[in-house]
Design a protein around this ligand. Structure first.
Ligand code: C2E
Ligand code: MG
Ligand code: MG
Ligand code: MG
Length: 291
């Protein structure tokens, strides 16, 4: 046990070692153990409608709750998980946890809230269609409460295959989104054939939105194109009121970012949902009757 955690620490502090076959093997084992020990958990980040300010859903974001190293973000290990194939069982776990969480909130009497799950390019094969069908059936989640996010670059690796698989998923009734939009090389001939519901404007265009006119031009173009294709556009990485104001002014539909809420543990998100409910109930309190 002590040796294992030393290995893991080694792998994180000396990432270049992951290039070696042996280090890769150790890392794969560390990830497999993490999966077995339920150290791979999901945080949820709220998404809000710009028109109403209402919470409209949560994005499921993977974390490794490491016993010694603390909470490790996916950027530190998802690449190697993809290379080793571990992203397949990990992705299935995230999908299941997210569907179960949405159901758990409903069972607590909170409203049915949509959850978005990221898919890696590696997961995006015919197998995903069965996996999603099975997970929905087993958890009982309504398909329309599940959204699957595929990055723009992953979607363009083999766009015809993407069309085929997205169509099968769409037939099931799940929602589909293109993540990190604007950072890949979209083939617009294909993009128009993807049966997706929304575009996620990448946070790299949002970061300097208030100071860089080029970013604003790109954001406006993505919003206009999205709307032209009858898609919702959600901006990622919204941190300031200034960014929010510009996005609202240019007709962006939805936002996600630290301004509205950081990715948080399920209990904290449950609290958000309960407070929202309390707020709504407040408004419904009968007003004192005056003659
Ligand atoms: P993503 O899907 O584009 O997720 C958004 C990332 O931006 C998240 O990072 C989130 O914490 C971060 N973020 C959100 N709001 C803000 C903000 O206002 N400012 C800044 N600076 N960042 C913000 P995170 O959680 O570290 O995830 C990074 C990436 O890892 C994700 O990017 C996604 O591509 C990938 N990922 C996360 N979970 C999964 C998963 O379950 N499966 C797969 N295949 N990939 C995942
Ligand atoms: Mg995403
Ligand atoms: Mg993104
Ligand atoms: Mg990203």
């Amino acid at each position: 046990r002590a040796l294992a955690s030393k290995d893991e620490r080694y792998a994180f502090y000396r990432p270049e070692l992951n290039d070696g076959v042996y280090e890769r093997f150790r890392f794969e084992n560390a990830l497999r153990r993490a999966l077995e020990r339920d150290e791979l958990i999901v945080y949820y980040q709220p998404q809000a409608s710009l028109a109403t300010g209402q919470l409209i859903g949560f994005e499921a974001l993977l974390r490794w709750q490491h016993p010694e190293l603390g909470l490790i973000p996916p950027g530190r290990f998802i690449g190697l998980a993809e290379e080793t194939g571990m992203v397949l069982p990990i992705g299935e776990r995230v999908l299941r946890l997210a569907c179960e969480q949405s159901m758990a909130w409903q069972r607590e009497g909170l409203r049915a809230v949509p959850v978005s799950v990221n898919l890696s390019a590696r997961q995006f094969s015919e197998r995903i269609v069965d996996t999603v069908a099975k997970t929905l059936a087993e958890t009982g989640l309504e398909p329309k409460l599940l959204e699957l996010e595929l990055t723009e670059s992953a979607s363009m690796e083999d766009p015809q295959k993407t069309v085929d698989i997205l169509c099968k998923l769409k037939e099931m009734g799940v929602r589909l989104a293109i993540d990190d939009f604007g950072t890949g090389y979209s083939n617009l001939n294909y993009l128009k054939r993807f049966p997706v519901d929304r575009l996620k404007l990448d946070q790299s265009f949002v970061r300097d939105l208030t100071s860089d006119p080029d970013d604003l031009a790109i954001a406006r173009a993505v919003i206009a194109m999205g709307h032209g294709l009858r898609l919702d556009v959600i901006a990622e990485g919204v941190e300031t009121e200034g960014q929010l104001a510009l996005l609202a002014q240019h007709g962006c539909d939805e936002v996600q970012g630290y301004l509205f809420g950081r990715p948080a543990a399920p209990d904290d998100c449950g609290r958000m949902l309960r407070e929202e409910k309390a707020l709504a109930l407040d408004k419904l309190q009968p007003q004192p009757y005056h003659r």
